[in-house]
Design a protein around this ligand. Sequence first.
Ligand code: MOS
Length: 742
Amino acid sequence: MSNKAAPEPKANMGGPVIRKEARLKVTGEARYGSDMPVNNPAFAYLITSSIARGTIKSIDLAEAKAVPGVLEIFTHENTGELKKVSYGANGGGSTTSIQDFGPKIQHDGQIVGMVVANTFEAAREAAYKAKFAYDVQPPSAGFDSKGVDESSVKKKLPNAGDVKELYDAAAVKFEASYGTPTEHHNPIELFTTTAVWNNDQLTVYEPSQFMHGLKNNVAAKLGIEPGQVHTISNFVGGAFGAKAQLTPRTGLVALAARKLNRPVKLVAARDQGFTIATYRAETRHNIRIGAGRDGKIASFEHEGWEVTSRPDSYSVAGVEDSARLYGFASVKTGVTLIHADRNTPGFMRSPPVVPYIYALESAMDELAVKLAMDPIELRRVNDSMTDATGKQWSSRSLMKCYDEGAAAFGWSKRTAAPGSMSDGEWLIGYGCASAVYPTHIGAATARVQFNADGRANVQLAAHEIGTGVMTVVAQMAAERLGIPVEQVQVELGDSKFPPVPVAGGSNQTASCCSVVMQACDAIMEKLNGGRAETVGGGSADGVRQKFDRLGVSTLEQYSEFVPGDARPNPVVGLVTNPIKKLYDGVPTLVGGSHGEKLMYALGANFVEVRVPKYTREIRVPRLVGAFASGRIMNTRTARSQHMGAMIWGISSALHEATEIDERNARYTNDNLADYLIPVNADIKQLDVIMVPETDNSVNPAGVKGIGELGNVGTAAAVANAVYHATGVRVRELPIRLEKLLA
Ligand code: MOS
């Protein structure tokens, strides 16, 4: 039965099947990494640096070691066996401290030691009693600090046409700067690692978005064979990108367990999660647009600045996508990295587009004001199947999303002038903005077993980070094998299963469903003896008869799926062997703007804000998001993804920011109490519209991915609505009431 949480499927959408793991989760039976029972564990507590830049001068552990129950304290002085692993988005090292586990300090909160004791309390007490003396150097905290280094990104960014000439000739010129703050993921499940050795075989229980990346990189860190490492992560209690890469703690815990010959369990403290894992660093943007009076944009320039750590060149560089969203006649883009004494940033829900599309979609709204044009009409005028570089979109439903969203929201009731709509003391603002997310797809593998009793078992090292992958994979298998979804079991979250890419960049459903489809189709071909019977279509008796005809009781298929753009290509030499790379822990994601066609999911966000005339606290009573992203596997899990993402959008628009003490390059609100996020009372009416779209050219499953799309447009829509309500344009997130009082 359909209801708001379980929307009726429209064209090219799967039914609202209830999550396979729903019961386990609501009854508390689902076991997360640190819940896994191990025999007689010792407990670890991290010691982190109290300075951001300098060198460890001396360590005094006498008092710490005297705490009853302490087994060992690890520092850089007794962990020389740990190897350096390479940086990069392949699941390898993310923060600086993995490379330099002392004595050099490169950011505040760097791991400098770890106590292991018989109890958690003893380990924590000893950690507090460990004395580290430093040679301190003054740190650089971020953009405006003295002593930062600069570099430009190494990616090839879009540049096309004569931007300068077209800008100079444009009838309407617009230029503005925007900024976004530091943000941390704050997953409810903390960063944990449990390591157990059995002779020379290591098992690591750790919440992870990339089982085979973790496996290979732990092996590299310890200097052992990947075959000696088994990683397990059945459920992940919130990830959002922070659990995608190997971080410093894992090798350390594994080494401690080996040295002590005993399982070691680490649950890092909430504040430590701010510095031992990745986060979204602050960004700045300058946008310059030259347009005609009709709104057609002739020249678009987007220059970005991002903060990163000293040694790492991690960049987001969402100009790759902002430069393609509309049919600009010419584009010029660039991104500069500012290296400060900070931990290395990383993926955070909807990289690379979130900060960059906030800037673009704010600028589009400002341009519409300047042109005295409806902001939706401005998007329509610039809607195009071709970008400035001449690339074609594989499919593009942006204006359909605007039309459906506008109708549901009641956009036609909007009067254009700022402050022109009110309800008593409350000013009312309507705002809209586009959402866009690159459709990523990667090489993936899976094993499917189909039994004569009509039951199937799917194994793949996918990641249930809350996205519903277990359920949608089961739906795909059920559809292709022609059996009820209840008869499909899905096993994932374990490196003993065939590898799939990192659960990041919204590729997981596309990649996993494509390979499972391939495996199931191969089984059905064997089962149907090459006859062109429709896939599935079997009653239980029908399935049994087919197996009897073959004289077997079970059929098993291991499949490897390689997306077109990732196939070995002798001309461009793009990817040599994506499946081998995947087994080595390196995902090969293609898509977005990097293939022959532009492959993106799109959407339109609508927001109503209410701001009191005098006191200026901002309320968001109503949100509508309309999204088109190819095939929707499950309308329930899809709606849930969009809803959570849109709420996160409110968060980044109005609340979220990691505050930094400039003197010490230290995060100050590194907890949940001071880190502002919306609560239930902040979220009123929220409607998700899934706009039907079919595009089977993106991948066999026809899935564009939705994990991140819903989080992209909300912040700009809120900012635009706040302007409409108050006439105040805030160009720095978050928009807090003090910014509306000036
Ligand atoms: Mo998502 S930030 O790519 O886990």
